[in-house]
Design a protein. Structure first.
Length: 553
């Protein structure tokens, strides 16, 4: 019993110490890795009316007035108590003043919630404009206020609204309204008067026509000053390649710079400027690609030397890579102009690039294989090559494959990645081409005839300037069962295949003449036909046939 009592006391002591130690351990663990959950940060409430930036306030105000939603327009204005009764008129008149006299592009307005920080104004003020009306100038002033529901927003200040009635009273007709017929001014198409549509078309067609005539006159004068036919053809090529993209770019520059003075509504002006900038980016990309095509063609034509073809092919690949880069930059610029966030666009391109790299490993392998192959100068356009036992001329080297025109005029596309593992034999890099053949003379050719044939052929090889003398030979190599074999070995000093074929043909004809003059001829292929007569078979068959006939009777 005493022992049991001591055991119980020990157990109770251990439990008591554990209970006391648990809070202490919990506190120590809490110090090392706190378990208290931090409250999530409060998310910033977005203004549904888009008034968090100066650019958003102006754009939303213009949209509201265009659709005659003056309740929404008033929410973008800091209206005083005295101005509240005429808020609709103030909004409409301010929008009219902005359409007529605001020359600043909407894209130049700050798109930051804090406004422009370097304009010298207080942090809660922003100026848009100016609006030049006669001798007076008006800046549209925006003020940043705190809304109890959405936080900091920008509003058109009451000081600006106070000047609107006096400025609107002195507004005169624009030059379009004075010059164009009233029937065109009063009729509208998509919210724009027909007079403005006519002016818009004229602002495109007139610069385009004048620039076309100017370019034609300049090329006429320059061509008269150049007498060399080669330089004149080169000038015509450059003119044909650059004329239309350059005229289009200059036309768009003239029209877009004159848009603020044409009196178009701000909303239409913003949309049209974006469309014009997209077309301008496409035209500039077109112009740059044409410049690259003509410039690289000129540079390739100026190359000379032994490695000319390899350098030309490498320049062709570089031209295509630069053109692809221009296309990517143009696409990114168009996305930015349309309004896509730059970071989002770049992130999207990165994701697409990773996806393409994972899903198109073969294409990437072929691309890198083509670059390494051209940098090593293994092949070039125009070379005669044997690739994977296919003989032909290299017709083109693209970013992913090599196009081979075979001897039977078929076009074979070989992936560039395969070329690193395939055997490539480039015949264009040779300075000489081998002629190797076995000449078979008939049996019965005497030793004297053989000597005359060998000596005559050796003399022929020594005297021919197209044959390399030091390595050429003609030797008797074998007395075979069908013919006497003589080996011809000679290098033709040319890398041009058609010239090689002509020299080899003439060499073989002259050797045939030497053989005939020596009184010998080339051996003919011999075929032996063995015929066997088996009379015992006939003798064995005939009695059998006779017995069969007897049985039938």
């Amino acid at each position: 019993m005493k022992l049991l009592t001591q055991v119980h006391r020990s157990v109770l002591a251990v439990l008591l110490l554990s209970a006391l130690a648990h809070p202490v351990l919990a506190q120590i663990a809490g110090i090392e890795s706190p378990q208290t959950e931090t409250p999530p940060p409060q998310q910033q409430v977005q203004d549904p009316l888009g008034r968090t930036t100066p650019a958003g306030t102006i754009a939303a105000f213009i949209r509201a007035v265009d659709r005659d939603d003056f309740v929404s327009a008033a929410r973008h204005m800091q209206v005083s108590a005295s101005q509240r009764a005429d808020v609709d008129t103030l909004a409409r008149d301010l929008k009219g003043l902005m359409d007529r006299y605001l020359s600043e592009a909407l894209t130049n307005i700050s798109d930051s919630p804090h406004g422009a920080m370097d304009d010298g104004l207080p942090l809660d003020r922003e100026h848009i404009g100016p609006l030049t009306i006669g001798e007076r100038k008006l800046y549209i002033s925006l003020v940043r206020v705190t809304d109890p529901q959405v936080g900091s927003i920008w509003l058109i200040s009451s000081e600006t609204l106070a000047q609107v009635p006096a400025l609107h009273a002195v507004v005169t007709q624009s030059w379009i309204e004075r010059a164009m017929p009233a029937s065109l001014v009063n009729r509208e198409l998509f919210g724009i008067s027909l007079a403005h549509w006519v002016v818009l078309a004229a602002s495109l067609l007139i610069p385009f026509g004048l620039l076309t005539l100017l370019f034609a006159a300049c090329i006429f004068v320059v061509r008269r000053m150049i007498c060399a036919p080669t330089r004149r053809r080169e000038l015509d090529a450059w003119y044909a390649g650059l004329r239309w993209p350059l005229i289009l770019v200059l036309t768009l520059v003239v029209q877009l710079t004159s848009m603020p003075s044409l009196g178009f509504p701000l909303r239409f002006r913003g949309i049209y400027v974006r469309v014009g900038l997209v077309v301008a980016v496409i035209a500039i990309a077109w112009l740059l690609r044409q410049l690259l095509t003509l410039g690289f063609a000129r540079a390739r034509a100026m190359l000379w030397g032994r490695d000319r073809r390899s350098r030309q092919s490498l320049m062709l690949l570089g031209e295509r890579l630069i053109k692809a880069s221009i296309a990517v930059v143009a696409i990114i610029a168009i996305l930015v102009i349309v309004g896509v966030d730059t970071k989002t666009a770049l992130a999207g391109f990165g994701i697409v690039g990773v996806a393409l790299a994972l899903g198109a490993q073969r294409t990437v392998e072929n691309l890198l294989g083509g670059i390494f192959m051209l940098s090593d100068r293994a092949i070039a356009v125009g070379d005669l090559c044997s690739i994977s036992n296919r003989l032909g001329w290299i017709e083109d080297i693209t970013l992913r494959s090599v196009r081979l025109r075979t001897l039977d005029n078929s076009l074979v596309s070989v992936p560039a990645g395969v070329l690193a593992q395939a055997g490539i034999e480039n015949f264009a890099t040779r300075q000489k081409i081998l002629v190797q053949s076995i000449l078979r003379l008939r049996h019965g050719t005497s030793v004297e005839q053989l000597r005359r044939i060998l000596e005559g052929t050796r003399k022929l090889l020594e005297e021919d300037p197209k044959i390399e003398r030091d390595t050429s030979r003609i030797r008797l190599v074998n007395f075979a069962a069908e013919a006497i074999e003589v080996e011809l070995f000679a290098y033709v000093l040319t890398a041009d295949v058609p010239e090689f074929l002509a020299v080899r043909e003439e060499l073989l004809l002259r050797i045939a003449t030497i053989v005939e003059a020596a009184g010998s001829v080339f051996a003919q292929p011999t075929q032996f036909i063995y015929m066997e007569d088996k009379p015992e078979v006939d003798a064995a068959v005939r009695p059998s046939a006779a017995r069969a006939a007897h049985v039938q009777r």
